[in-house]
Design a protein around this ligand. Structure first.
Ligand code: ZN
Length: 321
């Protein structure tokens, strides 16, 4: 997925008929575990099982294809992120890793500040890593370093925890969540065909999971006044489509997946060329795994044992249905 979906309205008090919010029900069922920080949760075994099964289901799409599986840790090079333009577009969402850089004297000062509950951050500075905001960002420079793409382009299967700093009491707006995604690099035609195929496949997958879903044109939540122009242009050019599922939030649909065509934005930035030496095009199709899980628990109930047989078969196979 590219970045945060648009529309960050906060409805902290939305409630169901029995007076509880969906988040409260998830917490009291033990599916999510509070850490005391809005948007940061532990996951129960059952929740985790669903996330893993959904991820496997998404990954099955690549089974018969020439696909390279790459996994990165949930932090990435700060320099790569700086060069990607993320600071321009989403400065408010970024999570950076800071570390202490002082000597013993400064360390004593830091401890005293902590004791007195005063500002202790003077000797704490940014490191070379930031939390990965978008699962596919680390992939592009790696692919560029390999030289020209093969004639068939490249297809990469990625999975990562991602961080978006948008604390919220809406369960679908987590600070740390996972994306399972496929990235395509090649000619414009190859990338567009990949995206078409994924949109159809995602709709079929939602039918199998018995989730109501639709596909809509979308834009990223670019920051600031200039961001509005970027967002309008993205919509006009149909660069981003989202898989929208109702139910998690009573006031709006939730984007559980996105299908992005980057034109040559990342290829120009990182110098990715096709086998004939043209600048390549790229695209990515990915899912927010927690959001798909939250949709399943919302529509089929908080205990997977009671989910419809068809849905259980899709996720766990016949033996456990
Ligand atoms: Zn992506």
């Amino acid at each position: 997925m590219d970045a945060a979906d648009a529309g960050a309205d906060s409805f902290a008090t939305r409630r169901t008929v029995d007076g509880t919010t969906y988040l409260q029900r998830l917490l009291s069922a033990g599916l999510l575990i509070s850490t005391g920080v809005d948007g940061l949760y532990g996951r129960s075994e059952m929740f985790e099982d669903v996330v893993e099964r959904v991820s496997d289901l998404i990954g099955d799409w690549g089974a018969e294809k020439e696909v390279e599986v790459i996994r990165f840790p949930p932090v990435m090079s700060r320099q790569v992120l700086e060069e990607s333009g993320y600071w321009s577009n989403f400065p408010d969402q970024l999570g950076a890793v800071f570390s202490f850089h002082g000597d013993e004297r400064r360390h004593q000062r830091l401890l005293k500040c902590l004791d007195k509950q005063e500002d202790w951050t003077e000797d704490v500075h940014p490191t070379k890593i930031v939390l990965t905001p978008v699962a596919c960002y680390p992939v592009y420079p790696v692919m560029a370093a390999r030289g020209r793409l093969p004639e068939s382009g490249r297809l990469v299967d990625i999975f990562s925890y991602c961080c978006r700093h948008e604390p919220s009491s809406e369960p679908e707006r987590m600070l740390m969540f996972r994306q399972r995604e496929f990235v395509r690099m090649g000619t414009a035609a190859q990338v567009l065909a990949f995206r078409e195929d994924w949109i159809e496949h995602a709709e079929a997958m939602m039918r199998l999971l018995q989730l109501p879903a639709s596909i809509g044109v979308a834009n990223d939540a670019f920051f600031g006044r200039g961001g509005k122009i970027l967002a309008d242009s993205q919509r006009e050019q149909h660069l981003k489509f989202e898989l929208l599922v109702p139910g998690i939030n009573p006031y709006k649909v939730t984007a559980c997946g996105s299908f992005n065509y980057h034109l040559d934005r990342f290829s120009s930035l990182w110098k990715i060329y096709t086998d004939s030496g043209e600048i390549a095009h790229t695209g990515c199709c990915g899912f927010g795994l927690e959001r798909v899980a939250l949709s399943l628990f919302k529509h089929h109930g908080l205990n997977t044992a009671h989910w419809p047989r068809g849905v259980r078969t899709v996720l766990w196979g016949n033996d456990h249905a």
